[in-house]
Unconditional design. Structure first.
Length: 185
Protein backbone atom coordinates (compact mmCIF):
# COMPACT_ATOMS: atom_id res chain seq x y z
CA UNK A 1 0.00 0.00 0.00
CA UNK A 2 1.41 3.40 -1.01
CA UNK A 3 2.03 5.90 1.74
CA UNK A 4 0.41 9.32 1.53
CA UNK A 5 2.78 12.24 1.50
CA UNK A 6 2.40 15.08 3.96
CA UNK A 7 1.31 18.38 2.44
CA UNK A 8 4.82 19.87 2.65
CA UNK A 9 6.31 16.74 1.06
CA UNK A 10 3.77 16.97 -1.80
CA UNK A 11 4.67 20.64 -2.32
CA UNK A 12 8.39 19.83 -2.32
CA UNK A 13 7.86 17.02 -4.82
CA UNK A 14 5.82 19.26 -7.10
CA UNK A 15 8.42 22.04 -6.81
CA UNK A 16 11.21 19.59 -7.66
CA UNK A 17 9.38 18.26 -10.70
CA UNK A 18 8.62 21.76 -11.93
CA UNK A 19 12.21 22.89 -11.45
CA UNK A 20 13.53 19.71 -13.07
CA UNK A 21 11.31 20.24 -16.14
CA UNK A 22 12.69 23.76 -16.53
CA UNK A 23 16.33 22.90 -15.88
CA UNK A 24 16.34 19.80 -18.09
CA UNK A 25 14.62 21.80 -20.86
CA UNK A 26 17.30 24.49 -20.66
CA UNK A 27 20.40 22.41 -19.99
CA UNK A 28 19.69 18.83 -21.04
CA UNK A 29 19.70 15.54 -19.17
CA UNK A 30 23.12 16.15 -17.59
CA UNK A 31 21.88 19.30 -15.85
CA UNK A 32 22.99 19.89 -12.29
CA UNK A 33 20.79 18.30 -9.65
CA UNK A 34 22.05 20.99 -7.27
CA UNK A 35 20.55 23.59 -9.61
CA UNK A 36 17.23 21.73 -9.65
CA UNK A 37 17.12 21.60 -5.84
CA UNK A 38 18.08 25.28 -5.63
CA UNK A 39 15.35 26.36 -8.05
CA UNK A 40 12.82 24.22 -6.21
CA UNK A 41 13.78 25.94 -2.97
CA UNK A 42 14.75 22.70 -1.24
CA UNK A 43 17.96 21.05 -0.14
CA UNK A 44 19.72 18.23 -1.95
CA UNK A 45 18.64 15.80 0.76
CA UNK A 46 15.01 16.52 -0.07
CA UNK A 47 15.66 15.94 -3.75
CA UNK A 48 17.32 12.57 -3.06
CA UNK A 49 14.62 11.58 -0.59
CA UNK A 50 11.98 12.04 -3.29
CA UNK A 51 14.12 10.84 -6.23
CA UNK A 52 16.96 8.50 -5.21
CA UNK A 53 18.82 9.01 -8.49
CA UNK A 54 18.99 11.20 -11.57
CA UNK A 55 17.37 8.35 -13.50
CA UNK A 56 14.34 8.33 -11.18
CA UNK A 57 13.90 12.08 -11.60
CA UNK A 58 14.30 11.95 -15.38
CA UNK A 59 11.81 9.09 -15.65
CA UNK A 60 9.25 11.00 -13.61
CA UNK A 61 9.71 14.24 -15.53
CA UNK A 62 9.73 12.76 -19.01
CA UNK A 63 7.00 10.12 -18.70
CA UNK A 64 4.43 12.83 -19.39
CA UNK A 65 6.48 14.10 -22.35
CA UNK A 66 6.64 10.63 -23.85
CA UNK A 67 2.90 10.22 -23.30
CA UNK A 68 2.42 13.46 -25.23
CA UNK A 69 4.55 12.06 -28.08
CA UNK A 70 2.26 9.04 -28.28
CA UNK A 71 -0.77 11.35 -28.36
CA UNK A 72 0.79 13.39 -31.18
CA UNK A 73 1.16 10.27 -33.28
CA UNK A 74 -2.37 9.14 -32.40
CA UNK A 75 -3.73 12.51 -33.53
CA UNK A 76 -1.74 12.31 -36.75
CA UNK A 77 -3.17 8.86 -37.46
CA UNK A 78 -6.66 10.29 -37.11
CA UNK A 79 -6.01 13.17 -39.54
CA UNK A 80 -7.79 12.58 -42.86
CA UNK A 81 -4.81 13.64 -45.02
CA UNK A 82 -1.89 11.23 -44.45
CA UNK A 83 0.74 13.61 -45.90
CA UNK A 84 -0.46 16.60 -43.90
CA UNK A 85 -0.56 14.35 -40.84
CA UNK A 86 3.04 13.22 -41.41
CA UNK A 87 4.30 16.76 -41.97
CA UNK A 88 2.37 18.07 -38.97
CA UNK A 89 3.62 15.25 -36.75
CA UNK A 90 7.23 15.67 -37.78
CA UNK A 91 7.03 19.44 -37.37
CA UNK A 92 5.53 19.16 -33.90
CA UNK A 93 8.12 16.62 -32.73
CA UNK A 94 10.94 18.82 -34.02
CA UNK A 95 9.35 21.85 -32.37
CA UNK A 96 9.15 20.02 -29.04
CA UNK A 97 12.83 19.18 -29.37
CA UNK A 98 13.61 22.82 -30.10
CA UNK A 99 11.93 23.97 -26.91
CA UNK A 100 13.15 21.21 -24.60
CA UNK A 101 16.79 20.13 -24.74
CA UNK A 102 16.18 17.31 -22.27
CA UNK A 103 13.40 15.87 -24.41
CA UNK A 104 15.54 16.26 -27.52
CA UNK A 105 18.24 14.19 -25.86
CA UNK A 106 15.82 11.63 -24.47
CA UNK A 107 14.20 10.99 -27.85
CA UNK A 108 17.51 9.96 -29.40
CA UNK A 109 19.07 7.92 -26.59
CA UNK A 110 18.46 4.41 -25.42
CA UNK A 111 20.12 5.09 -22.07
CA UNK A 112 16.79 4.95 -20.25
CA UNK A 113 15.37 1.85 -21.92
CA UNK A 114 15.84 -0.04 -18.66
CA UNK A 115 13.09 2.10 -17.11
CA UNK A 116 9.91 0.10 -17.75
CA UNK A 117 7.61 3.10 -18.02
CA UNK A 118 9.84 5.11 -20.39
CA UNK A 119 10.65 2.03 -22.45
CA UNK A 120 6.96 1.16 -22.88
CA UNK A 121 6.14 4.75 -23.82
CA UNK A 122 9.07 4.91 -26.26
CA UNK A 123 7.92 1.66 -27.89
CA UNK A 124 4.36 2.96 -28.19
CA UNK A 125 5.58 6.29 -29.62
CA UNK A 126 7.75 4.48 -32.17
CA UNK A 127 4.96 2.15 -33.23
CA UNK A 128 2.55 5.03 -33.69
CA UNK A 129 5.19 7.06 -35.58
CA UNK A 130 5.63 4.11 -37.94
CA UNK A 131 1.85 4.13 -38.45
CA UNK A 132 2.01 7.84 -39.35
CA UNK A 133 4.75 7.40 -41.92
CA UNK A 134 3.24 4.18 -43.32
CA UNK A 135 -0.06 5.99 -43.96
CA UNK A 136 1.77 8.73 -45.88
CA UNK A 137 3.64 6.10 -47.92
CA UNK A 138 0.45 4.17 -48.72
CA UNK A 139 -1.11 7.42 -49.90
CA UNK A 140 1.82 7.77 -52.32
CA UNK A 141 3.01 11.02 -50.75
CA UNK A 142 6.09 9.91 -48.75
CA UNK A 143 9.11 8.21 -50.26
CA UNK A 144 8.73 4.44 -49.99
CA UNK A 145 12.29 4.00 -48.69
CA UNK A 146 11.79 6.24 -45.63
CA UNK A 147 11.85 4.11 -42.47
CA UNK A 148 11.55 4.44 -38.70
CA UNK A 149 15.35 4.53 -38.57
CA UNK A 150 15.34 7.53 -40.91
CA UNK A 151 12.83 9.28 -38.68
CA UNK A 152 15.11 8.62 -35.70
CA UNK A 153 18.04 10.10 -37.67
CA UNK A 154 15.92 13.19 -38.40
CA UNK A 155 15.33 13.60 -34.67
CA UNK A 156 19.05 13.17 -33.98
CA UNK A 157 19.89 15.78 -36.59
CA UNK A 158 17.27 18.14 -35.24
CA UNK A 159 18.63 17.75 -31.70
CA UNK A 160 22.07 18.67 -33.02
CA UNK A 161 20.80 21.67 -34.95
CA UNK A 162 18.97 22.94 -31.89
CA UNK A 163 22.01 22.48 -29.70
CA UNK A 164 24.58 24.07 -31.99
CA UNK A 165 22.88 26.53 -34.33
CA UNK A 166 23.15 30.20 -33.47
CA UNK A 167 19.90 31.01 -35.28
CA UNK A 168 16.92 30.26 -32.98
CA UNK A 169 14.70 28.70 -35.65
CA UNK A 170 17.35 26.96 -37.75
CA UNK A 171 15.49 23.71 -37.18
CA UNK A 172 12.53 25.02 -39.20
CA UNK A 173 14.71 25.62 -42.26
CA UNK A 174 16.36 22.24 -41.94
CA UNK A 175 12.98 20.54 -41.60
CA UNK A 176 11.53 22.42 -44.56
CA UNK A 177 14.40 21.28 -46.78
CA UNK A 178 14.09 17.74 -45.52
CA UNK A 179 10.33 17.55 -46.07
CA UNK A 180 10.83 18.77 -49.62
CA UNK A 181 13.20 15.86 -50.20
CA UNK A 182 10.84 13.32 -48.64
CA UNK A 183 7.78 14.15 -50.72
CA UNK A 184 7.10 12.06 -53.79
CA UNK A 185 6.78 13.98 -57.00
Amino acid sequence: MATRLRADARRNRAALLSAARDVFAEQGLDASLDEIARRAGVGNATLYRRFPSRRHLIAEVFASHMTAAVRLADQACEHPDPWAAFVGYLTRVCELQATDRGLAELLVTSAFDDDERLSALRTAAQQRAVDVLTRAQRAGRLRADFTWHDLWLVMMANAGVNRHATEPNAWRRQLSLLIGGLATR
